[in-house]
Design a protein around this ligand. Structure first.
Ligand code: FES
Ligand code: FE
Length: 446
């Protein structure tokens, strides 16, 4: 699979984008009336700016700690279009550094995952340790005797800042970024429903599915942030195929919500097991029901009702998951009209092994490249992306005005809370964060 790995210098001035100004960006999203310019989904210049001002500046999910549990465990992934290695060093610290040799730029690791304490470049044999430091090179004496000021210590690979939240590892190349705690804010209260409903914590099941879709990265992200409106229509035939009945869209809208914090979105009901039904496994429903009281003792009654509920979430910018159904994915941008999708299955570590297997199979049936529901969504996102490119089509704005006056105060729920799942509030909040970062001309990492 071809990938592009630009070498990121230590610090450059902010790139100049001749035609894109903060004023022109603000005209693309109308929060008052709920409309969005289709340019967001096809414009190459906007895409380049997203890589610089969003993906090179904000915290990005890169791995679950269970994937790099031991010294030398590693995986390769992306931060924007920058290839990175996530690994655990000899001191037990999780490291994230560019997957690019400081000699001529070649990848130093071709594998997707494994255990390695050294990464040796294929081209001339420079070798880096699990902290990204240069520890060996062929004919080092020649370098020492013929180079001006040769200093191996200066030729290590650029590391990102790394912080974790309850098993999820995040990284950023932006030295000036806020802390992860500030970035997540009250969204942690929601994340705990997924990550902390059991004292044993969570893990990713082994294996990672990688696939490509010909769509803009924002379509799947905003969809998971809060587009429950599509489910009863897009997924109805899939639900009939899976369960012999269509999607229920008649539920009581006074008990379903959308909430957003810092552009992160979570839409949910309080039905306890709605999403878990998608897995089609009675044993999983029984497991949840047996543990309901324990969940409530740990998280409180309200949050315990959200554990398996009909819900979806997106952690800004590009990490999405379905609580209860337990698929967890990142939508890596590969140009304005392509993504590389990485999919895992997240489970409670203490869940019985047989149940973990059921979760895996359930996710594969629903949200994998051959999954019934993912194919429904992918088709729509690819067609929307391609259609927006038309030179006449692109002139007509898209409608994002559903449920404009749905904001409510709630005694327990955190963040900006909206009643009724059928509204565009979380998606507009996603674009609010997008716009804030895109308009910020500060130096960041780029
Ligand atoms: Fe890596 Fe030359 S490019 S050793
Ligand atoms: Fe969907």
């Amino acid at each position: 699979m071809p990938t592009t790995i630009p070498i990121t210098p230590v610090r450059l001035k902010p790139a100049q984008h001749a035609t894109i100004t903060a004023d022109s960006l603000r005209k693309l999203v109308d929060f008052e009336n709920g409309s969005i310019d289709r340019r967001l989904y096809w414009d190459e210049e906007i895409y380049r700016l997203e890589l610089e001002r969003i993906f090179a500046r904000t915290w990005l999910f890169v791995a679950h700690e269970s994937q790099v549990a031991n010294y030398g465990d590693f995986l390769t992934t992306f931060m924007g279009e920058d290839g990175v290695i996530v690994t655990r060093d000899q001191q037990g610290k999780v490291r994230v550094f560019l997957n690019s040799c400081t000699h001529r730029g070649n990848k130093i690791c071709m594998a997707e995952a494994g255990n390695k304490r050294r990464f040796t470049c294929n081209y001339h044999g420079w070798t880096f340790d699990s902290a990204g430091s240069l520890v060996g090179l062929p004919q080092e004496e020649l370098y020492k005797s013929t180079c001006r000021d040769f200093d191996k210590a200066q030729l290590g690979i650029r590391n990102a800042r790394v912080e974790s939240y309850k098993g999820l590892v995040f990284a950023t190349f932006n030295e000036e970024a806020e802390s992860l705690e500030q970035f997540l804010g009250d969204y942690r209260w929601y994340l705990d429903i997924l990550l902390d409903n059991d004292p044993g914590g969570t893990e990713f099941l082994p294996g990672n599915i990688k696939s490509r879709m010909q769509c803009n990265w924002k379509y799947p992200s905003e969809n998971f942030a809060g587009d429950s409106y599509h489910a009863a229509w897009t997924h109805n035939s899939g639900a009939v195929a899976l369960f012999g009945r269509g999607v229920d869209n008649k539920y009581d809208q006074s008990k379903v919500y959308q909430a957003n914090v810092n552009g992160h979105g979570w839409q949910f009901g309080l039905d306890f097991i709605g999403n878990a039904m998608v897995l089609g496994e009675q044993d999983i429903l029984d497991y949840l029901k047996e543990n309901e009281a324990k969940f409530a003792a740990r998280l409180g009654k309200l949050r315990s009702r959200m554990i398996g509920s009909i819900s979806s979430a997106n952690l800004f910018p590009h990490t999405s998951f379905l609580p209860g159904q337990n698929t967890f994915r990142t939508w890596h941008p590969k140009g304005p009209s392509q993504i590389e999708l990485h999919t895992w299955v997240l489970v409670n570590k203490s869940a019985p092994e047989a149940l973990k297997d059921m979760y895996m199979k359930g996710v594969m049936r629903s949200f994998s490249p051959s999954g019934v529901l993912e194919m429904d969504d992918g088709d729509n996102w690819e067609n929307a992306t391609a259609t927006n490119l038309g030179v006449v089509t692109r002139q007509q704005k898209l409608h994002y005005g559903l449920g404009m006056d749905s904001k409510v105060e709630h005694d327990e729920l955190k963040g900006n809370v909206h009643i009724r799942k059928y509204n565009d509030s979380n998606q507009l909040a996603f674009y609010g964060k997008w716009l804030e970062l895109m308009c910020d001309e500060g130096a960041g990492a780029s």
